[in-house]
Ligand binder design. Sequence first.
Ligand SMILES: Cc1cc2nc3c(=O)[nH]c(=O)nc-3n(C[C@H](O)[C@H](O)[C@H](O)COP(=O)(O)OP(=O)(O)OC[C@H]3O[C@@H](n4cnc5c(N)ncnc54)[C@H](O)[C@@H]3O)c2cc1C
Length: 456
Amino acid sequence: MEDRDVVIIGGGPAGYTAAIRVTQLGGKATIIEKDAIGGMCLNHGCIPTVALARAVELIEMGKNAKDYGITYKDMEVDFQRMMSKKETVVRTLVSGVKQMLEAYGVEVIEGSGRFISPSQIEVHLKDGTKKELKARKAIISTGSRYPKVSFSGGVEKIINPMEALKLKEIPKSMMIVGGGFIGSSLATIFSRLDTKVSLVEESPRLLPQIDKEIVTILEKEFKDNSIQIYLNTRVMSIAAGKKDDLSVLIDHKGDEVMIEAQYVLMSEGREANVEGLGLKEAGVSLNEKGGIAVNQQMETNVAGIYAVGDVTMEHMWTTVAYFEGITTAENAMGQNSKIDYKAIPYWTPTIPEISSVGMTEEQALAEGYRVKVGRFPFAGNGMAAILGQRTGMVKVIKEERYGEILGVHMIGPRTADLIAEAALAMRVEGTPGEIAKTFHVHPSLSEALWEAARGA
Ligand SMILES: Cc1cc2nc3c(=O)[nH]c(=O)nc-3n(C[C@H](O)[C@H](O)[C@H](O)COP(=O)(O)OP(=O)(O)OC[C@H]3O[C@@H](n4cnc5c(N)ncnc54)[C@H](O)[C@@H]3O)c2cc1C
């Protein structure tokens, strides 16, 4: 049995960030990874999605270029090249992470890890052999996966987002089930590639966690781009349909409707990767969502074993996984670091993009706050006019008593970058007044936040 300092099972964003932080604090970190360093985010999730979102943004820019006097003749979409560019981006970033781990001296073991006791981990190496490690501290960062589809009939054409990002050809038609951030992003991508997209969501609106006013603008954009939206709708059955299609029976506001689609994409319902990890042998407990239960230090019920990222089934975003990785590593190295989920910025790479931080107006009112709202449309912003992307708005919600910002919501161009200022303002319990008193570059998109803050 070989001794190790901190052993991390899973080399996704949570795991590799933890490993780097451990070494920064003077410890020795070992990652066990059974598939590919970078995990779901780099290999199958965020990066491939956003690389394709960039490709369809270029289609959009090509179409708009003629307004600027530039005509691209014979613009055509080469889907194979689009996918291969996406793969190049993935490979570049994965190799960057590998180099960084090497530079920090992190040991990476290729294989599958499982506990055989609270301090012992058995690794099934890729070459078929086994190795046993004795770990002073262990971090579980095994992430999540999409469950197997439970409908009968045409199963190979019922796909999850990771499979959708690897399709070999542009689908003729696709039903996307789930109008959350992944479903809405993929609806944008495939609709811009001329796939006939229908989007089914159980709630009364898409992106139920996002401010209603913002989502209303997105829903209109989707309709204008021929995305058929079915709200308050459930899928009842999926069966083989005409030709190669699937027949999907949906309950749309109490009416049964049959829709034919070449693919059905189930975009929701990730599950924690906890099977085969030897959690029983380690004595580690699960939470009610089926993820690993942790406290504010990201420690499980077993001292010295931590869990981070999607495997906890809380805040399943890389944005958060990075922070959890850092917190865990600091605790594994003897510090007392606590995770604080205040002011998490969220982003959806739709066209236009949606970003938000903090409470929606509805949530703030439901919690009894007296609120004041400042809004500013991108139609009034100089840079948005220059870019030719004037759809959207910024909305700042503050509570009236102390003036603290409760939430900021945006739909429009490059909001993923704009939301950072709002997140920082909320983090330091800032007021719209402080944003309003800060110089903002002119002309820039950030002036829209400045104006909305002034409005609040
Ligand atoms: C389509 C899509 C788009 C997304 N877009 C975004 C986005 O834009 N922004 C964002 O913040 N988040 C996004 N996410 C979510 C993000 O991908 C996850 O929240 C993030 O990857 C979680 O990181 P993690 O390290 O916890 O787990 P993962 O990234 O899943 O990594 C876990 C790793 O553990 C390995 N592993 C599992 N079991 C074992 C074992 N027994 N032994 C060894 N290794 C093991 C796996 O192979 C994997 O590499 C997206 C997700 C999807 C599906």
